[in-house]
Ligand binder design. Structure first.
Ligand code: ADP
Ligand code: MG
Length: 678
């Protein structure tokens, strides 16, 4: 018996067809099946009839008082009987479960789980429990789909457990950790996740599995840190301090204190022989580009090349422009742009100059990590919006130089404590201060009914020659609907602003060249209003745009709204963010209100965490963090910290994988389980 055997033919009742169906839930092996945990439980405990509230769910036990009567109407049916609960007689109704009739026998004891209707003194039955009392208090509820039903899944899981698969599920936490933190063993935990006897057992199971998830996550992060810090000797960039100081003094603005602090953190790293691996976080507009420029200039003064890698062409072009203007006085520093659309001839030239060392700074997209791009002496790699680049791509770029220093820049604000833990292999720098003199963006929340008035007002902005972004509502999981919405919206706006404004449309289904072309035309003021699904790239800079209007804004998370808002207020013009929303949920209302109250990304990200939990804020896509099955980075932060300490202790032991106390750990590690996070 093997825990990673396919469910097909190995679990009773699963044949070809069911196996295919289970695969749609991501269940292929017995282990997948056993780790498909319920997302909630029905509390089947019995409550006191006299204390029940209307609408409350409960189990009621009693004696069947009248025979069950079934009535059919159309395709539906209803089963009705009365039962004695203590001294009271209540009615029991089941809809569309007429087949239960045989199990309802007058005079026998019965237990019904359902929803209490206080007015009608009726329980609306959801489950008929066997009265024998072997039912658990908690009944698991799983994520299922059309092809796999709740009760089937329960049956399969029970069957896998009955067959004895839990006994071949390997324990993967060292005993000393289980003893130290009083963690139950792995098999018991998995069993109790599905079929807990009571609340306490369930809590114990969750605690054990959360620790396990975090511990392995941290083992991997500490492994990266180990590789980065201990095994790899970095370069020491002996830059020209005078030149760098001079450059900073002659910038058109004074660096903020925060910028000064992170600049010296970065320069110190570069100077030292240990390898720089640093995450630079700063809200949109906090001035990260100039920091990048300083670091790259420093490298250039030591004849080291730098590469700045960004996710899109439009961002690459933009960065090139800002760098050229910032470094315009540095005649000896040569800057180039390399993207997918660089023409062949020019590309060849650039490649030659990169290889010969003539080019000091290259800005580009993924094209930078293609084969054939070789550097003379790459000393520094910077990525903007690091979450878009996978671990592997980072690795390739690193290998193009002699282990160059690495700086990741990101505008996704993550609270410091969390960042340090989640990106534990990196050092973290934070720019937590905005340049002085910014005119704060005014954020207004309006209801759909007020839209007309707002459109009239938009006209006054257009007349001033300012530009406007309009974000069309996001429809979950339907690009087709997104497109239709965006198209309709663009047409409506064009007819509203018939003579005054030119409306352009940008959406996710366009080819990259098309997108870039539209963005370029918007930037060059050929268009006044840009209607878009959320594809407007983080970092896009059109200083003449003064209004960001977001339709159905309550469908977006705070982090996303903040990123969108950051597209305006980038020049010296007074800017506005208009949230159009009639939120139905309390959460939605709160989000709209918070947006109008603060412009600070870190405050927002903390509020966001409070409101939504980390799972949604840090989707794997967003930040490169793993999705945990049981654990939650925010709610279980203290467990995460303990797991980090323990993992880092393991890595401090030389060749820990050879030591007996870590055998369970080493076995699991060797199985590559933890690699799953990549
Ligand atoms: P980020 O990349 O962090 O979103 P940028 O680097 O694009 O921000 O900076 C936004 C704008 O602020 C740029 O126009 C930049 O020149 C300007 N800027 C940067 N630092 C300062 C500063 N200390 N004082 C005034 N303006 C600044
Ligand atoms: Mg930037």
């Amino acid at each position: 018996m093997d825990i990673i055997a396919p469910v097909l033919h190995n679990v009773r009742g699963i044949g070809e067809k069911k196996s295919d169906a289970l695969a749609t839930l991501g269940i292929v092996t017995v282990q997948d099946l056993l780790f498909h945990f319920p997302f909630r439980y029905d509390d089947l405990s019995e409550k006191n009839l006299a204390e029940l509230l209307d609408g409350e769910k409960t189990t009621l036990k009693g004696i069947v008082a009248t025979e069950a009567v079934v009535s059919f109407y159309g395709k539906r049916n209803r089963l009705l009987f009365r039962m004695m609960v203590g001294d009271a007689v209540i009615a029991v109704t089941f809809f569309n479960q007429h087949y239960l009739k045989n199990r309802v026998q007058v005079g026998e004891e019965i237990a019904v789980y359902g929803k209490w209707d206080a007015n009608k003194q009726t329980i609306l039955g959801m489950k008929l429990l066997s009265s024998g009392g072997d039912e658990k208090e908690f009944s698991p509820i799983y994520h299922v789909n059309k092809s796999v039903k709740q009760n089937e899944l329960v049956k399969f899981i029970k069957s896998a457990i009955d067959t004895g698969y839990l006994s071949v599920l390997p324990e993967n936490l060292p005993l000393y950790l289980r003893e130290k933190y009083r963690l139950i063993d792995r098999s018991s935990a998995v069993r109790a996740m599905h079929f807990p006897e009571n609340e306490k057992e369930h809590t114990g199971a969750k605690r054990r599995l959360k620790f396990e998830e975090f511990f392995y996550f941290q083992m991997r992060i500490q492994a990266l840190r180990f590789q980065e810090k201990v095994m790899s000797q970095g370069q020491s960039v002996m830059y020209d301090e005078k030149c760098v100081r001079n450059f900073i003094e002659h910038l058109p603005f004074e660096l903020t204190n925060a910028q000064r602090r992170v600049t010296s953190e970065i320069l110190n790293d570069m100077k030292s022989t240990s390898h720089m691996l640093r995450l630079l976080q700063g809200d949109v507009g906090s001035g990260k580009t100039v920091i990048a420029a300083i670091a790259m200039l420093a490298a250039a003064t030591n004849n080291k090349q730098s590469a700045l890698m960004v996710p899109t062409e439009i961002l690459a072009t933009q960065h090139l422009e800002s760098l050229k203007s910032l470094l315009s006085e540095q005649k000896e520093v040569k800057i180039a742009l390399l993207t997918g659309s660089t023409k062949a001839k020019e590309r060849r030239e650039i490649l030659n100059e990169l290889a010969s060392g003539e080019i000091d700074i290259v800005v580009g997209t993924h094209a930078l990590i293609q084969e054939g791009v070789d550097f003379h002496d790459l000393g520094l790699v910077i990525t903007d919006e690091q979450h878009r680049f996978g671990v592997n791509q980072r690795k390739i770029l690193r290998e193009k130089g002699n282990n160059p220093d690495i700086l990741f820049m990101t505008a996704t604000p993550i609270p410091r404590t969390l960042a340090i833990t989640a990106f534990g292999e990196m050092d973290v720098s934070i720019i937590d201060e905005m340049p002085a003199g910014r005119i704060p963006i005014l954020t207004k929340w309006i209801k759909h009914e007020q839209l007309e008035t707002v459109l009239q007002w938009l006209n006054t902005e257009i007349v001033k020659g300012h530009q406007i972004y309009v974000i069309s509502p996001l429809i979950e999981e339907s690009e087709v609907m997104d497109l239709k919405n965006a198209t309709d919206l663009a047409e409506e706006l064009q007819s509203f602003f018939a003579d005054t404004a030119r409306v352009a449309l940008l959406h996710g289904r366009m080819k990259n060249e098309e997108k870039d072309d539209i963005m370029r035309r918007f930037k060059e003021r050929e268009m006044d209003i840009l209607v878009s699904t959320t594809v407007i790239e983080v970092g896009v800079n059109v200083p003449n745009a003064t209004v960001m209007m977001i339709m159905d804004a309550d469908r977006f998370g705070l982090a996303q709204l903040h990123q969108l808002r950051g597209r305006v207020g980038r020049g010296d013009l007074k800017s506005y963010c208009i949230l159009v929303a009639n939120p139905k949920s309390e959460d939605g209302k709160k989000r709209m209100k918070i947006m109008t109250e603060t412009n600070n990304g870190f405050v927002l990200s903390e509020k966001d965490l409070e409101l939504r939990g980390s799972g949604e804020v840090f989707g794997t896509k967003q930040s490169g963090l793993p999705n945990f099955l049981v654990a939650d980075m925010v709610a279980d932060f203290n467990i995460l910290e303990v797991a980090r300490e323990e993992a880092s202790r393991v890595w401090q032991v030389e060749n820990w994988w050879e030591k007996p106390q870590y055998k369970l750990l080493a076995d699991d590690w060797a199985n590559g389980r933890t690699q799953a996070f990549d």
